[in-house]
Design a protein around this ligand. Structure first.
Ligand SMILES: [Zn+2]
Ligand SMILES: [Zn+2]
Length: 492
């Protein structure tokens, strides 16, 4: 039991004022280990032992058994029980509050150690009357030091990284040094900015956390202590945050802080573990949910806009690629009495298509994947004109006489046997769908483009195409054509 103003020892005093500084004190504002303190009658010195949970007399007001005077606990002379040292009467200790006696660094470090491994003892050692300012100051000092140490690796990186870049730029014969200096300054500035924001946020959150915790303690039942105790618990348990200077364990530090705060709240308010856990845990859980939710929404938005853009670009490209093949086919029909070529590769001869135009932009197919008469489109691409003609003739001859559809790359040609005139306007003549042998099984939303006999084009997805197939086959029957299988399943 020491003076809260000057730390003078207050044992064995008949008057309740500090002999050193004159400050008044009341023994009932101190806590002791049960049975560790003798409370002696101021009149006859009869000793009574403090048996209550805080080492106090129970009751704290009674008539002395020896002299019969009415006495109160706060009037009595206190001494440690026989054979006990002062330290043994203390139920806990708060080294931060004793730092003027222990030394600043020892006081700070001792509190960190207790927050980490003995939060219960720290809670018991923190008097209810001790100031909020002290607790706030401890949390601030701890956070400042932790954040300052945490930013060191980032600052080193900000210095070392541009130096490495300067070296590589010099060896590459580039003179980028001035802009790299700026880059270093930006990185360092960013690190300091992050430090300040993180620090301010953590400090504000700590206050909010204490207030929310106390509010939840209040609404979850009675029998708790004052707000001051909650603020002490949250602020002193912040000592655990020093763990976050160890790389990669930032989250562990936060968890540790939560556990330590729960133990301190439980002890200092004398509430159940479940109630303390509920009160302390709610604010960090809500914050985590908010942060994770915010990231999820931001990420979804970012991915969504990228995906939309990518699919829009590839759709535009694919639509164009399909239209080119449709146009080449219609051109061939126009100059050949409405007939399509015996093999679609003949479109390379008259209509100016190239090998690569048989491959859709948005598919994984490459021309080396496309078989043509025992070789590939890639082989064909590097052949001379005569040879090309011969290979294409061979490919055409290899098609059966009653062929319904044939595939070249990502295009399935479905014009066989038809006369491409007005009567056949809605007839599918070519379907652009990725080669399943290369791209794997297609899903229902794979974009599919259909070229019609009138030269127009449909942008569909695979499932729509399949739904439209019966209608298309009714048209084919009217035109005297055999039924078409699902074009997307046609392989080479
Ligand atoms: Zn004093
Ligand atoms: Zn007495």
């Amino acid at each position: 039991m020491r003076c809260r103003t000057c730390d003078y020892s207050l044992w064995n005093l008949k008057r309740q004022t500090c002999p050193e500084c004159g400050a008044a004190f009341r023994p009932s504002t101190y806590e002791f280990v049960a049975n560790s303190v003798r409370f002696c009658c101021p009149h006859c010195d009869q000793a009574y032992y403090g048996t209550g949970p805080t080492g106090h007399l129970e009751p704290d007001r009674f008539d002395c058994v020896r002299c019969g005077n009415g006495i109160a606990m706060d009037e009595m002379v206190l001494r440690p029980a026989e054979g006990l040292q002062e330290l043994q009467t203390q139920p806990g200790s708060n080294p931060w509050l004793e730092r003027h006696r222990r030394g600043r660094i020892k006081g700070w470090w001792g509190t960190i150690g207790q927050a980490l491994i003995a939060p219960d003892r720290l809670a018991r050692g923190t008097p209810e009357a001790s100031s909020l300012g002290q607790a706030w100051w401890f949390a601030t000092v701890t956070l400042v030091l932790t954040f300052a140490v945490g930013v060191i690796p980032v600052m080193c990186l900000a210095l070392v990284f541009p130096m490495m870049m300067v070296r590589s730029a010099q060896s590459g014969g580039l003179s980028g040094a001035p802009s790299l200096g700026m880059f270093a300054a930006m990185m360092a500035g960013g690190a300091v900015f992050g430090l300040v924001v993180g620090f301010v946020f953590t400090l504000l959150f700590t206050w909010m956390w204490a207030l929310v915790t106390h509010l939840l303690l209040r609404i979850s039942g009675s029998g708790h202590g004052p707000l001051r105790r909650t603020v002490h618990s949250i602020f002193y348990s912040s000592g655990t945050i020093v763990v976050s200077v160890v790389p990669c364990v930032g989250n562990l530090a936060m968890l540790w802080w939560i556990v330590s705060a729960i133990l301190m709240v439980r002890r200092s308010h004398r509430v159940s573990g479940i109630r303390a856990t509920f009160a302390v845990l709610t604010a960090p859980v809500c914050l985590t949910v908010l942060v994770v939710g915010f990231y999820a929404v931001a990420l979804t938005a970012a991915i969504g806009s990228t995906a939309t853009r990518v699919s829009w670009v590839s759709t535009q490209g694919s639509a164009g690629a399909a239209q080119i093949v449709t146009d080449a086919l219609i051109l061939h029909a126009d100059t050949n009495a409405g007939q399509g070529p015996a093999h679609a590769l003949e479109l390379m001869l008259g209509s100016g298509l190239t090998e690569s135009q048989f491959v859709a932009p948005a598919s994984a197919t490459v021309i080396a994947d496309v078989p043509v008469g025992g070789m590939t489109l890639l082989d064909l691409a590097i052949m001379a004109g005569d040879e090309k003609l011969e290979v294409i003739g061979r490919a055409a001859a290899a098609l059966p006489a009653d062929v319904v559809a044939h595939r070249v790359g990502d295009f399935v040609f479905t014009y066989h046997g038809a006369v491409l005139d007005e009567r056949a306007a809605g007839l599918w003549v070519v379907v652009m769908c990725p080669d399943p042998d290369v791209n794997g099984p297609l899903d229902a939303v794979t974009p599919v483009f259909v070229g019609l006999a009138d030269g127009s084009q449909l942008s569909l997805v695979r499932s729509t195409l399949r739904n439209m197939l019966p209608e298309q086959n009714r048209l084919r029957r009217r035109l005297g054509l055999p039924a078409l299988p699902d074009p997307t399943t046609v392989t080479h």
